[in-house]
Ligand binder design. Structure first.
Ligand code: ADP
Ligand code: MG
Length: 701
């Protein structure tokens, strides 16, 4: 765009340096263009004028035209208020002010025609409007005409400096008034024509000053499409380019290790879903192109076995594998389950975490460098610079959303050759989100649980039923089962949360005394070796109750544990609840998830609990979670460091537009993979521009 758009907003009439600084700090708006791209969050119809007689007191907003006939003060300080009697030809209402009397009295004249806008209230049987917007008729006529009034989000800080939605609207008004040239287009004409999208200039104008509802809808469609299309085009272009350029390692052999494992060691028959995804992965590994695949599967669907079999393919082709998990507990568990499955096969596996002693590290380093160590499993310790491989060919990242972008990228850089990458996640991701978050990855889904699993029964109890719940737990323990109690923990250091767990632990220890019962505890404040010891006791059945915070959320596998009690359920997100529930139901016994909550439940909390009680399907739950929380809050997206800064599109609602955007991006790239055709030059700029501002989506993989 031109100079006008790059101009600092402090030069925009009405803004000035002080407000500019606030805009900058509060909303990250620096230039005219930033302001232009700051979209309203809602619109209110201002075509309609009510007459006072016909005011509907339940209306959200009304607009009146009339005169203030007199001002009077009512009540005593500090409850004093200023009343403006406002009349049109059909009646009179009160405009009520609790503050700013001086301003009101100085600025609004009696018997002058004003337009009043605000929310009507019913007070003592008559209607009033508190702190209405007041504007002269002339002034409103100078404004850019629009039939819907745009409302902009502001912050407390802005409001306390008198920058309201209305002021932002005025600045938008000034922005457009001084505009000398039309805004240049960012999409090729053929794409606009193909999808009947309106031009950018028209869209931006109507997003701020909708000329009609229809015009607003067209503007939204155009801008949402552009936003999603640009992301998709960028992601898919990376994927294409990688595919065409990169010489992936060729894992063409099906060797002894895989065959031996498959014929002699595999502990059970693979499910069809496991077979299918292994086939998909094998195809990638044998294609000569680098694999970048996301493996998603509900908790307990058997991803570890799939991972192991693909590790064996790498090994059969002479390559080492590195597997990274987000916590020590998980890394530990992967290490032990993989070691166990490999039995006495001649394959060397080591564990590397933050608490691995130095001596052991030296041994690991040596094994990695001389190639005698085949599989390294660990936490982020594996990406430290000192960890060097002889021949790293395969990287597996479990529970990917917990790793930062930069951390993940580091694993790639370990070698001259780019290893194949398999990302595993047990948080099923709604399709729209997957397309955006992992748009440049191929996706495999294990959509089937191993046979013989009984669906987990989920029950909701209010806290008053605690004794009933305890009774049930005793019964289960009598049957030889083990039980989890989980307490919410948002940040591992929060004292408050920790106290919940401490109190809970005490109460549980009292209700389940030794020698019949024994209780383990695991929380984020414990040292890694203490945690591991505690987990080990529970896993070996030496304790029958595990009291924990969400550190046990991911991946913990104790098949004999058949009851998951979740405390303060209302404080958990839906996907997280589902994750926790997935810790049980791993053995042959009927398993239970008990959701404890207080009586006071917000509407959303109630919906989450209902969803849990009614559904065991991770994908269904994930979709609902997306709807309830919006993508910005969705589990994982926060930790991933990936701000979901979509300006206008909404992944929960705009699935169809996203699909259209993705299909369009695919067809553009099919005919012009490097975007070299003249008609696509405009897209190269559009992508570059969007990347300057936004998250670098390509880094996600
Ligand atoms: P995920 O990591 O996908 O949550 P796991 O790999 O931990 O799941 O597997 C869950 C449980 O199911 C483990 O106890 C595992 O041994 C078992 N399992 C995996 N695949 C099968 C299968 N095909 N048949 C029976 N049990 C299986
Ligand atoms: Mg797992």
């Amino acid at each position: 765009m031109n100079k006008y758009w790059e101009q600092d907003i402090k030069f925009l009439p009405g803004v000035g340096p002080k407000r500019a600084e606030l805009f900058n700090k509060e909303l990250n708006i620096r230039t005219n263009e930033d302001l232009l791209q700051y979209f309203p969050y809602k619109y209110i119809d201002r075509t309609k004028f009510y007459s006072i007689r016909e005011i509907d007191p339940s209306a959200a907003f009304i607009q009146l035209r009339g005169k203030i006939t007199r001002f009077l003060k009512e009540g005593q300080k500090p409850k004093e208020r200023l009343i403006g009697k406002f009349s049109d030809t059909t009646g009179t209402i009160d405009l009520v002010f609790f503050q700013g009397f001086k301003y009101v009295l100085a600025n609004y004249d009696l018997d002058k025609e004003y337009i009043i806008f605000g929310k009507p209230n019913l007070y003592n049987g008559s209607i009033n409007i508190i702190h209405p917007e007041i504007e002269t008729v002339e002034k409103q006529e100078q404004q850019i005409n629009s039939s819907l009034q745009a409302f902009y989000n502001t912050t407390e800080k802005l409001k306390s400096n008198y920058i309201t939605s209305k002021s932002i609207q005025k600045f938008q008004n000034n922005l457009w008034r001084d505009l000398k040239q039309p805004i240049s287009e960012t999409l090729p004409a053929y794409i606009l024509a193909q999808h009947r999208l309106i031009g950018l200039h028209e869209a931006l104008f109507n997003i701020h000053f909708p000329q009609s509802i229809d015009a607003l809808k067209k503007a939204q469609l155009r801008l949402k499409f552009e936003e999603l299309f640009t992301i998709q085009l960028d992601l898919l272009k990376q994927k294409y380019n990688r595919y065409h350029k990169s010489n992936g390692l060729l894992f063409s052999k099906v060797g002894d290790n895989l065959n031996t494992f498959y014929s002699k060691y595999i502990p059970f028959e693979l499910t069809n879903a496991q077979k299918r995804v292994i086939k998909e992965i094998r195809k990638d590994l044998g294609s000569g192109k680098q694999m970048n695949r996301l493996l998603q599967g509900d908790v307990g669907s058997g991803k570890t076995l799939v991972a192991l079999m693909t590790i064996l393919i790498a090994l059969d082709n002479g390559y080492q594998t590195c597997m990274m998990a987000p916590t020590e507990i998980l890394a530990n568990q992967h290490f032990h389950s993989i070691k166990k499955m490999l039995g006495d096969m001649d394959i060397s596996v080591q564990l590397l975490t933050g608490s691995t002693p130095k001596k052991q590290r030296t041994i690991i380093s040596k094994g990695l460098m001389d190639g005698s160590l085949h599989i390294l499993i660990g936490t982020h310790a594996v990406i430290e610079d000192t960890v060097q491989f002889k021949n790293l060919g395969f990287v597996i990242i479990d529970e990917q959303h917990r790793f930062g972008v930069a951390q993940r990228a580091k694993l790639w850089e370990k070698n001259e050759q780019t290893p194949h990458v398999l990302v595993m996640t047990a948080t099923p991701i709604p399709r729209t989100l997957a397309m955006t978050l992992y748009g440049d990855l191929d996706i495999s889904s294990i959509d089937e649980l191993p046979p013989g699993r009984k669906p987990i029964k989920t029950i909701h109890y209010f806290d008053t039923k605690r004794l009933v719940m305890f009774g049930f737990i005793r019964q289960q323990i009598e049957l030889g089962r083990q039980v989890y109690f989980v307490y919410p923990l948002i940040k591992e250091s929060e004292k408050f949360d920790y106290k919940d767990l401490e109190d809970g632990y005490e109460a549980i220890s009292r209700a389940f005394p030794p020698p019949r019962y024994s209780v383990s505890v695991v929380h984020g404040r414990m040292k890694a070796d203490e945690k591991a010891a505690s987990m080990k006791y529970f896993k070996e059945g030496k304790t029958n109750i595990m009291v924990a915070t969400t550190v046990i959320e991911v991946g913990v596998d104790v098949p004999n544990a058949s009851v998951m009690v979740i405390e303060s359920t209302e404080r958990f997100g839906l996907s997280q609840l589902h994750q926790l529930r997935g810790r049980v139901g791993r053995g042959a016994e009927q398993s239970y998830c008990i959701l404890m909550s207080s009586y006071k439940l917000s509407e959303d909390a109630r919906k989450r609990i209902d969803a849990m009680v009614n559904s065991n399907d991770g994908f269904e739950i994930a979709e609902l979670d997306l709807k309830l929380r919006g993508p910005g809050d969705l589990e994982g997206t926060q930790q991933s460091g990936l701000a979901f800064d979509l300006k206008i599109a909404n992944l929960a609602r705009d699935g169809q537009i996203l699909q259209l955007a993705r299909d369009t991006a695919l067809s553009v790239l099919e005919s012009d993979p490097y975007l070299t055709k003249p008609e696509n030059q405009i897209l190269v700029n559009t992508i570059a521009k969007s990347k300057n501002k936004e998250v670098d989506w390509s880094q996600i993989s």
